[in-house]
Each structure stands twice: as structure tokens, then as C-alpha cells.
Design a protein around this ligand. Structure first.
Ligand code: AMP
Length: 607
């Protein structure tokens, strides 16, 4: 059974598979090679991808996008709070996790980001199944290199809810490196820099490729920098123009701002190929239309500090990799926002005119690499591609708090993973201490208050002894997906504990995952019922129109009276009226109507 590679993107997702030794990017049922990561809920159905995007402006309160930005984050997280302000749909606090609140089938429903992610993943899986003609159960899913432990686990949960066994999570830029490297394997070592600027996140990775081994040596980035930030800057600029022209502030009008942002995103794309455009929104607020010219120069100026930030991150990552710009052989561009001319100019300036590589479509490179890697991991390699190895690194330092304030680093950032670090000297700080709280952090700062807490656990009932006497072995384990397990153990007493799934923030427990899996099944059934209803409706409509046509025919008119014709016509229009009113009618009811007309019609035919 083949395994697929899925790029679960903030704005778009992409799926690929290896077939006959070649990576195939799979188009969805609309023929598109990328699918919007959007899910919408209506009175009678759930839509995913292009269909959800199409109806977004009419159903903006129930159309969820960018759910990935909330994955694995608590509700109180600053980024969650600032995102919520921009969105036209509601996000609520449910047991400290953010949940999307929507109206679905005339009921209020709440979904966590993992569930929305799982719906997108399910749709990607179905796209792949339709292409391969086989059920798919295994996948490699990609995540931004800067995703924290909790965000990685949330992504894995989303995969599980979608009924997929996640073979491994790999970093998006690493996947792009694989895609690039597949046809570049050589005995000479090549040093590449992957610049991945997407809709919501930015990653920089420096890697080497030699003898079918891809070695990531440093990563950098910003989990909150991407195309949407550029759209927001432009939308705010346009809102200021609207205020100046009409005296109407629209900053807190979520509907108007989301319409404006969509128009700005559109103009932004245009500005990548032409130097000026118009931002146009009909009835932006209070029925007033908006139209304003925008130039590429103005757009670049509005975003200049954000663009500069990307270059600073490149410089910092090169420093971490201990490489100069002239030592980089290739720069690989990934993510839709690398189409921005100013970004390319800045990179060319930095790399002194070196050509930027875009051999693989920047929207597809990540899924491409993920599929190649999935085929590498898959047991059935008959269809696969030549084996290769990747060695990734951890993007942030990981450590433990000591003395209630200091960060003690166990695994420095940019350490190759999987890895295991072990220390035997952890001890108590007070005399007769009988319990220790182990707090695990990630980050580069010396004080734990400036780093990000990942979780904590306690060991109790320690026999009282002077401080510094009890000894604990601490191990930090990072698996190939970048997921961390910390374990503490006192050899003399056998006492031990580790970070468990339940007390790790943002992690769903097994019961929740099972419940959501069951719900996903229910949705699948509902979606299928909906499709069956639609088919029945079309069949009835087609039939009625065919009957209407036939009774207008010369043959029919010659044979039957006007009264008889009217009788059938009435049945036809009754059924069409009934269809119009009963938008949610069950398949059985619809079929009953069709049979009814058929019976009537057949009677005349037989006369
Ligand atoms: P990704 O997350 O890689 O799918 O990238 C999506 C982001 O790329 C979105 O913010 C898009 O607006 C942006 N994008 C796509 N095409 C273009 C383009 N031609 N010019 C500028 N930005 C683009």
C-alpha cells in the first residue's frame, strides 16, 4: 500500500505520491494541484477546499481558514489573541484551548484546530485515493521547522483523527531540500539554503547534500511571518484611505476587513507580475464601493520592515551554520510569497547576484519531498524511488529549569535528530526536599521566564536528605518527528516520572482523539448522504425536463388531449416546486417523486 506526502499548509495544502518511481503531485476533483486549507459549514453540508473558498464571502461566519495558526496553542497565546481580532468567524475558549464556533445544520458546533486540520487532511487523502484507486492509510505530513513540540503533536493528532497513520512529521524546508536533492545527488558536497516564505510562516534552512544524504545544519525562521501579514498591511492602508475619503472607520468591522483583505491578496499577486493595480471592493461598508490604485513600490514600502526581517533571519541562520554567503551553492525558493519581486531582489542582493533556484514549483516542493520521504519509509518499496537519508536538526534549544529561574540546556538548537541526551547529576536545591518539580522549556534565553514552557512533571516521596545528595538521571529524547520525551529517574529509589501526554499543554488525550475520529466518520457519512441527495435531485430534475420536452413533441400532442397533457405538466411543476422548497429532502423522498411522475407518464405512453 503506498504512503502519501501531505503539505498541510496554512493557506493551501498539497498531496503527492510516488508512482512508478516518480513523484506525482495529485490534482483535486477541480483539477487543482493545491487545495485551499478551508472548511465551511452550511445549513445542510460541510465543504472543504475550493468549494469552501468559493462560498466564503456569503458564509464568512462559518468558513474557517488558517486553522493551522492555532494548532497546538493555548487560547491565551498572544498570537491566538491577535489572529482572532482579524477573523470574521468566532473562536472561543474551551478548557483553555481555542475552538471555532460555527452554525452547522442549524446547530451550534465547536471544532478545535486539529479537527479542522483533520478535515483538510481527509480531503487530501481522498484526492490521493481517487488518483491511486486504492485506500491510503499512511502519510508523511510536513510542519514548519519552527513548530514547537505542542504544534507537532497537534498536527499528528489531526492526522490520527483523519484516520491516517503518520509515519513521520518532517520539516517543510527539509522536504523541499529532498525535492530539490532528488535529482542532485552527487559525490561532491553541495551547500543549499532553503528560503520558505508561505502564507503564515517563514523558515530558513541550511543543508548539505552528499552521497544521497541530506544533512540539515541550521534552521531559523518566524512562525508568524508570511503572505497574510503583507495582505494585512495593505488592507490597513486601504482602510485608512476609506476613512479619509468617507469618514467611516472599518478597522473593527470584521466583514469589511475580510473583504478588503481578500481584494488586497488578489492585488498583491497581480503586483508580482505588473507594477500597478487597483484594489476594488463593491459595497465595502454602508453600501459604499471602494477603489484605490496601488503600485508595487507602495506595496514594497508598506512591507519593507517585514521584508528586511526575512533577510536578517537568513543572515542569522548562516551565522549558526558557520557559513558565509559565498559558500552557499544554491538558494532554493519555496512558498507562494517567494514570488514577490522585492523578496527576490533582496535575496539576490544578499547573495551577490547568485541565481535563485525555482526548478520545482514553490507551491509543490514540500509535498513533493514529503511523498519521496514517505516512499522511503514505506515497507513496500517496489514502487518507490532510490533510498536516501535525511538528518534534521532541532530548531530551538531544549532544557530544564534549575533553581526556579535558570535555563539549563540539554539539547542545543541545531542538534541533529533523533537524539538522546542524558545527565546523571540533577539534584535537590533544599535540605530534606521530598519532591521536585521538573519544568521543561524551549528557547535560547538564560532565564526560563523568557523561554517557552513545554510542560512539567513532579516526583514525590523522595527520602529526605541534605541538598545535593539525591541524584536524578534526566534524559531528553527527540524522535525523528521532532517530538520530545523527558524522563527523570532516581536510581537509588527507583522513583521516576516523565512528561506524559495528558499534562503536556495542547496535546489531546486518547479519548478525545477517539471521539473526534468517530465524529469524522459521522461527517463522512453526512457528506456521502449529501452527495446521494444531490444526485437524486439531479436525476429527478433531468427526468422532469425530459418528460416536459417529450409531451411537447408532435407525437404526444397528436395522441393525447390538452387536458391529459396538463395533468402531466402539473405533476412536473409540482415536483419542481417541491424540490425548490425542500432543499434538504432525503434521497428516498426525491426518488418517490420521480417514480410518481414516471408512473403517470408511462401510463400515457402505454395507452
Ligand atoms: P503557501 O503557504 O506556500 O501556500 O503560500 C501562500 C501565500 O503565497 C499566500 O499568502 C499567497 O497570497 C502568496 N502568494 C501566492 N502567489 C503569489 C504571488 N504571485 N505573489 C505574491 N504572493 C503570492
Amino acid at each position: 500500500m503506498p504512503a502519501i506526502g501531505i503539505d498541510l499548509g496554512t493557506t493551501y495544502s498539497c498531496v503527492a505520491v510516488v508512482k512508478n518511481g516518480k513523484v506525482e503531485i495529485i490534482a483535486n476533483d477541480r483539477g487543482n494541484r493545491v487545495t485551499p486549507s478551508i472548511v465551511s459549514f452550511t445549513e445542510n453540508q460541510r465543504l472543504i477546499g475550493d468549494a469552501a473558498k468559493d462560498g466564503a464571502s456569503q458564509n464568512y461566519k462559518n468558513t474557517i481558514y488558517q486553522a493551522k495558526r492555532l494548532m497546538g496553542r493555548p487560547y491565551s497565546d498572544d498570537t491566538v489573541q491577535s489572529d482572532i481580532k482579524h477573523w470574521p468567524f468566532e473562536v472561543i475558549d474551551k478548557e483553555r484551548k481555542p475552538y471555532f464556533k460555527v452554525q452547522y445544520k442549524n446547530e451550534t458546533k465547536t471544532f478545535c484546530p486539529e479537527e479542522i486540520g483533520s478535515m483538510v487532511l481527509t480531503s487530501m487523502r481522498e484526492t490521493a485515493e481517487a488518483f491511486i484507486g486504492q485506500k491510503i492509510e499512511e502519510a508523511v505530513i510536513t510542519v514548519p521547522a519552527y513548530f514547537t513540540d505542542a504544534q507537532r503533536k497537534a498536527t499528528k493528532d489531526a492526522g490520527e483523527i483523519a484516520g491516517l497513520k503518520v509515519l513521520e512529521l518532517i520539516n517543510e524546508p527539509t522536504a523541499a531540500a529532498i525535492a530539490y536533492g532528488l535529482d542532485q545527488f552527487s559525490e561532491d558536497m553541495r551547500k543549499i539554503l532553503i528560503f520558505d516564505l508561505g502564507g503564515g510562516t517563514f523558515d530558513v534552512t541550511v543543508a548539505t547534500i552528499k552521497d544521497r544524504v541530506i544533512d540539515v545544519i541550521a534552521t531559523g525562521g518566524n512562525t508568524h511571518l508570511g503572505g497574510e501579514d503583507f495582505d494585512n498591511r495593505m488592507a490597513e492602508h486601504c482602510a485608512a484611505i476609506f476613512l479619509k475619503k468617507h469618514g467611516i472607520p472599518i478597522y473593527s468591522n470584521t466583514r469589511a476587513m475580510s473583504k478588503l483583505r481578500r481584494a488586497c491578496e488578489h492585488s498583491k499577486r497581480t503586483l508580482s507580475s505588473s507594477t500597478n493595480d487597483n484594489v476594488v471592493v463593491e459595497a465595502l461598508a454602508e453600501g459604499i464601493d471602494f477603489s484605490a490604485p496601488i503600485t508595487r513600490a507602495k506595496f514594497d514600502d508598506l512591507n519593507s520592515d517585514l521584508f528586511d526581517q526575512t533577510i536578517e533571519v537568513v543572515e542569522k541562520t548562516l551565522l549558526d551554520a558557520k557559513l558565509r554567503v559565498d559558500q552557499i551553492d544554491e538558494i532554493v525558493l519555496v512558498g507562494g510569497s517567494t514570488r514577490l519581486p522585492r523578496i527576490r531582489e533582496l535575496l539576490e542582493e544578499l547573495f551577490e547576484g547568485k541565481e535563485l533556484r525555482r526548478t520545482i514549483n514553490p507551491d509543490e516542493a514540500v509535498a513533493h519531498g514529503a511523498a519521496a520521504y514517505a516512499s522511503n519509509l514505506c515497507e513496500d518499496v517496489s514502487d518507490g524511488i532510490e533510498q536516501f537519508t535525511i538528518r534534521d536538526v532541532t530548531p530551538l534549544s531544549l532544557g530544564m529549569e534549575s533553581c526556579g529561574r535558570d535555563m539549563v540546556t540539554f539539547i542545543p538548537r541545531n542538534t541533529n535528530i533523533p537524539t538522546r541526551v542524558h545527565q546523571d547529576t540533577w539534584t535537590t536545591t533544599k535540605d530534606h526536599q521530598t519532591s521536585i518539580l521538573f519544568k521543561v522549556f524551549e528557547g535560547e534565553r538564560a532565564a526560563t521566564k523568557d523561554n517557552n514552557i513545554l510542560g512539567s512533571f513532579v516526583i514525590n516521596d523522595i527520602p529526605p536528605e541534605p541538598r545535593g545528595v539525591p541524584k536524578f538521571s534526566i534524559s531528553f529524547d527527540i524522535d525523528a518527528s521532532g517530538i520530545l520525551t523527558v524522563h527523570a529517574y532516581q536510581r537509588s529509589t527507583g522513583l521516576q516520572n516523565s512528561i506524559t501526554i495528558e499534562n503536556d499543554k495542547g496535546r489531546l488525550d486518547a479519548i478525545m482523539i477517539n471521539r473526534m475520529k468517530a465524529e469524522a466518520e459521522v461527517f463522512k457519512q453526512a457528506d456521502e448522504e449529501w452527495k446521494a441527495q444531490s444526485q437524486a435531485r439531479h436525476k429527478l430534475e433531468d427526468y422532469v425536463y425530459a418528460v416536459k420536452k417529450s409531451i411537447r413533441s408532435r407525437k404526444f400532442v397528436a395522441r393525447y388531449s390538452e387536458e391529459e397533457r396538463q395533468k402531466i405538466l402539473k405533476k412536473c411543476s409540482d415536483s419542481l416546486n417541491w424540490l425548490e422548497i425542500h432543499t434538504n429532502a432525503a434521497k428516498g423522498e426525491i426518488e418517490a417523486w420521480r417514480k410518481d411522475i414516471k408512473r403517470e407518464y408511462d401510463r400515457y405512453q402505454l395507452l
